[in-house]
Design a protein around this ligand. Structure first.
Ligand code: NAD
Length: 274
């Protein structure tokens, strides 16, 4: 079967999407860009006040709805997917973006904090991904079009940070989940990819950015010499969701200002644990 392409290849107009963790940061930027592309967006976030404010701000761009949802809880996820289908009839695009960090040295890391980060970043992506994929697969079986699922990974899927153990583990897991989901859903034509951002200017990074030494440390390993913008991640989500990416599945696309290709040396005589 040949893939027919339209003139405006990126066209997402009229499609429907769930973006988790879209009350702020990268998720908000993705929801905003989707709304500008004519996508009807469901913002799913654990933060009710921030989520409602985000949806209200974006409603001037298009149909944007907020649903309160903790992606680590399967009952919340079931409610989210039901609400999206009730509102839109269909889900074409899912972006599993919700994510949290927890800083602790390995020897001090508490079991509950390990579970919490893995619960949101990894299990949450599985839960929402499976619930939406079941809907997408049913639609394909009924003769409908397959959808696209995008997971938010990180350069920390490849690198590790000594005091961000559950985060690093969760993002490695997200990239593997992306591959396994892509293989499992390929028979339906459903594509599953991930985005692996480097350092992007959001609340998650704000504390780091406020500390000049930490900022310098980031820039010293970022060949493009600047911290990335959420809109630069949203642009990749648009691409991966669109038919322009019709032969890409199971991949993590890293947007990191050239950080992963860089083999740099640590400053001599200086170590983080000094
Ligand atoms: P952020 O903290 O600005 O936003 C995360 C959002 O997720 C918040 O709105 C928060 O309320 C929501 N959230 C948290 N727990 C949730 C839960 N259980 N259920 C639903 N929503 C929940 O973070 P960000 O920087 O925009 O990060 C977004 C994603 O991008 C995360 O997966 C993060 O790991 C990834 N990422 C960010 C960077 C970066 O530099 N900012 C780099 C690599 C990857």
């Amino acid at each position: 079967r040949r893939v027919r392409k339209r003139n405006i290849e990126m066209a997402l107009n009229g499609k429907t999407a769930i973006v988790t963790g879209a009350a702020g940061g990268i998720g908000y930027s993705i929801a905003e860009r989707f709304a500008k592309e004519g996508v009807k967006v469901f913002i799913a976030d654990v933060d009710q006040a921030k989520g409602e404010a985000a949806a209200a701000r974006l409603s001037s761009l298009g149909e944007v709805t907020f649903v309160q949802c903790d992606v680590s809880r399967s009952a919340d996820v079931a409610r989210l997917v039901e609400a999206a289908i009730a509102a839109f009839g269909d889900i074409d695009i899912l972006v599993n973006n919700a994510g949290i960090v927890h800083g602790a040295d390995f020897l001090d890391l508490a079991e509950a904090d390990f579970d919490r980060v893995l619960g949101v970043n990894l299990k949450g992506s599985f839960l929402v991904g499976q619930a939406v994929a079941r809907h997408m697969a049913d639609r394909v079986k009924a003769g409908g079009k397959p959808g696209s699922i995008i997971n938010m990974s990180s350069v920390n899927a490849v690198f590790a940070i000594a005091n961000q153990v559950p985060y690093s583990v969760s993002k490695g897991g997200v990239s593997q989940l992306t591959k396994a989901m892509a293989l499992g859903l390929a028979p339906y034509g459903i594509r599953v990819n991930a985005i692996g951002p480097g350092s992007i200017m959001t609340d998650m990074l704000a504390s780091v950015n406020a500390d000049p030494a930490a900022r310098n440390r980031i820039l010293s390993r970022t060949p493009l010499g600047r911290i990335g913008e959420p809109s630069e991640i949203a642009a990749i989500a648009v691409f991966l969701a669109s038919d322009e990416a019709s032969y890409i599945t199971g991949q993590t696309i890293y947007a990191d200002g050239g950080r992963l290709p860089l083999n740099y040396t640590v400053e001599v005589g200086k170590r983080d644990d000094d």
